[in-house]
Write a new protein. Sequence first.
Length: 191
Amino acid sequence: MKIESIEFVGSYYKNEQIPQNGKTEVAFFGRSNVGKSSLINCIASSKVARTSSTPGKTRSLNYYLVNQKFYFVDIPGYGFAKTAQRLRDAWKRMVDSWLALEKKRCIFQIIDARLAPQDSDIQLARWLRSQNLPFTVIANKTDQLNQSSRLRNLELIENTFRKFSHFLIPFSTKTELGKNEILAILAEYTQ
Ligand SMILES: Nc1nc2c(ncn2[C@@H]2O[C@H](COP(=O)(O)OP(=O)(O)OP(=O)(O)O)[C@@H](O)[C@H]2O)c(=O)[nH]1
Ligand SMILES: [Mg+2]
C-alpha cells in the first residue's frame, strides 16, 4: 500500500477525547527515544510527527489520520530510567483505559536493535500477550550495527520475543530497511 496523506488530529490524555468513529487504529509502542515518531515519519514519507533526542517528551496519545481511512497512534514511551513511579502509573492507567475502548487494532512494538532485550520491553511484550493482543516486533536502528552484530542481536531478539510474538521486522528509519514489510502489514489490517 501507499500512504498518500497523513495529518495530525490531536493529542489525547483521556478516552472521552479520542475519536470514536470505527476507524482502525495502528498503534506504536516502544521505550522513549526508540524512534516511534521517526518511524511514523519514515513510513508515511512525512515530517508530521515531532521527533527529539530528549527522551520522554511525548506524554499523550498522539493521533494521525492516514489516507483519510485509519489512525496511527503514537503511544508515549515507557521505561525511561528517569521516569518517576507516579508517571509510570499514569502511563499504565492511560493505556489501560485506551485498550478498554472497543476498536479494531494493529499493534507494533518497537525495540532498539542495538541493545540486548530490555526488561521493560519484555514486560510490555508479556503484557500485550496476556491481553490477547497480537503484535509485531520492530527492531529499529539497525543502521548503527555492522553485519555480524546485527545478525547476533536479531537472533537474540528473536529468541527472546518468540514466545510473545512470531513476527519480527528488522528496521531503520535511516536506510528504510523494513518499510515495505510494515506497509504490507498495514495493507492487510486496514483494507
Ligand atoms: N541511527 C538511527 N537513529 C534513529 C532511528 N530512528 C530514530 N532515530 C533517532 O532516535 C532519536 C529519537 O527518535 P524519536 O522518533 O523522537 O523517538 P520516540 O520513540 O518518538 O521518542 P519519545 O517520543 O520521546 O518517546 C532521534 O534522535 C532520532 O533521529 C534509526 O533508525 N537509526
Ligand atoms: Mg515520539
